[in-house]
Design a protein around this ligand. Structure first.
Ligand code: LLP
Length: 432
């Protein structure tokens, strides 16, 4: 019935996450409230690692994409689980560094890294910088030279693969702001340039074709293109690159209708095709990196809200207002994303209403969803929006000067605060 294993219903009929009663959490911490299941996050990490072990002899690394959900505690958990970390800004790097995340397992991405971010990465000893463009390549070489270092890098490649997903979260095709295109010869040029620079050590290629992808075919196509390019590089430059990073993008369940293949199946197919193509091209099996974000943390989160008003417009729709909205979850406004919602007190009851869940901002588009089935809702009820662990907290804004909710982590029914609630004072603290 539920979109994630960490969700259950207790004998009072209340929704529980990692065995903690969501109504008790809402009463203790207030709403809106993000709640994450630590057990689910750790299980997801282990499933990925076990699959890599099983299907690819463990010859690689699972790298958590921290853009999906970044705070100190998740960096600690990811480090404990032995995964690598993908950061995409100085802020994410700073967060990782503040809990002493092992530098050699950090992958620094982004299409516009500033000079000061690159300096910070070099100083911290970030293991791999995934270079996006020629300007960055020469800047990094100069900055590494100034620090007397040789920096290991990968190049971000656009494999020209169209992943079947929302256009804003699709990145692998030629018309994308990310990386070097293959078709134009730009990617090969970048390889040659990187090989020439003395403070850069090019060891591999990276691609990321998009996010929330259910279809395995685009991933397999990307593998074929990328391994083909590795072989072409060897042939044209004599350089054998030993690492292949295939990015993230594995889809998750947001509603009971979603049916993504299990990531064991992804990994099995991806590994098979890597072996197959490497065999055909007589290329050594590369060290494989995968960068899941959403599928590690997404199913592990729920957001709890308190209902304000219920406005039934006869023959039109019923608006249910909540004490949060696009400031803590902009995904419906941005991508028309669908979510499963529940009345947390009556989670097992039949869903007798269809509602538009409306946020509190002065913006008609501030909705969490439309035409959503849910149990009867009245003012004061607690609504749970499921699968909000990824790209909710990390994409929160302060529109209308609404403070961001806190984050509570639960493990085996034990809850703890991991990010404090913002106050109005916090919001104005930097104003002069
Ligand atoms: N690696 C790279 C280089 C990426 O750009 C991304 C996501 C990932 C890994 C992780 O992808 P995932 O496994 O989470 O799909 N805000 C959008 C999603 C944007 C994804 C951006 N890049 C959303 O809310 O759907």
């Amino acid at each position: 019935m539920f979109v994630a294993d960490c969700l259950t219903i207790n004998d009072k009929g209340h929704l529980c996450i990692d065995q903690a009663d969501t109504l008790a959490l809402a009463a203790k911490y207030g709403t809106p409230l993000y709640v994450m299941s630590e057990s689910q996050i750790r299980t997801n990490c282990r499933r990925y690692q076990e699959s890599l072990q099983r299907f690819y002899d463990g010859n690689g690394l699972i790298v958590y994409a921290s853009k999906a959900f970044c705070c100190k505690e998740i960096c600690r958990i990811i480090a404990q689980e032995g995964l690598g970390l993908d950061v995409v800004s100085g802020g994410e790097l700073y967060t990782a560094a503040s809990v002493k995340f092992p530098g050699e397992k950090i992958y620094f991405h982004g299409n516009h890294k500033t000079p000061s971010e690159l300096v910070a990465a070099l100083e911290y000893g970030v293991g791999t910088i995934v270079v996006d463009n020629l300007e960055e390549l020469s800047l990094l070489d100069r900055l590494a030279c100034a620090q007397g270092k040789q920096q290991e890098i990968m190049l971000r490649i656009k494999p020209g693969v169209d992943a079947h997903t929302h256009q804003f979260i699709r990145t692998g095709q030629i018309d994308s702001k990310f990386g070097f295109a293959l078709e134009t010869g730009e990617a090969l040029l970048a390889v040659q340039e990187a090989a020439r620079l003395s403070h850069i050590r090019l060891t591999g290629l990276h691609c990321h074709i998009g996010s929330q992808i259910f279809d395995t075919e685009p991933f397999l196509l990307a593998v074929r293109v990328m391994v083909g390019f590795l072989a072409q590089i060897r042939q044209e430059t004599g350089l054998t690159l030993h690492r292949l990073n295939l990015g993230g993008g594995y889809g998750i369940c947001y509603t009971p209708d979603d049916d993504p293949p299990m990531y064991e199946a992804y990994l099995q197919r991806v590994s098979t095709v890597v072996r197959e193509v490497c065999g055909l091209l007589d290329f050594p099996l590369p060290y494989l990196l995968l960068e899941p974000g959403r599928s590690i943390v997404g199913p592990a989160g729920v957001t709890l809200y308190t209902v304000g008003s219920v406005k039934e417009i006869p023959g039109v729709r019923t608006y249910v207002s909540i004490d949060g909205g696009m400031t803590d979850n902009p995904r419906y406004a941005l991508y028309q994303s669908r979510y499963q919602i529940l009345n947390a007190r009556q989670a097992a009851q039949p869903q007798t209403m269809r509602v538009t869940l409306a946020g509190r901002c002065c913006e008609s588009g501030d909705l969490i969803g439309e035409d959503l089935p849910v149990q009867a809702l009245a003012p004061g009820d607690t609504v749970a929006v499921l699968s909000t662990g990824a790209y909710n907290y990390s994409m929160a804004s302060h529109y209308n000067r609404v403070p961001n909710p806190p984050v509570v982590m639960v493990r085996d029914a034990e809850d703890r605060l991991i990010v404090k609630r913002e106050s109005w004072e916090d919001l104005a603290a930097r104003d002069l």
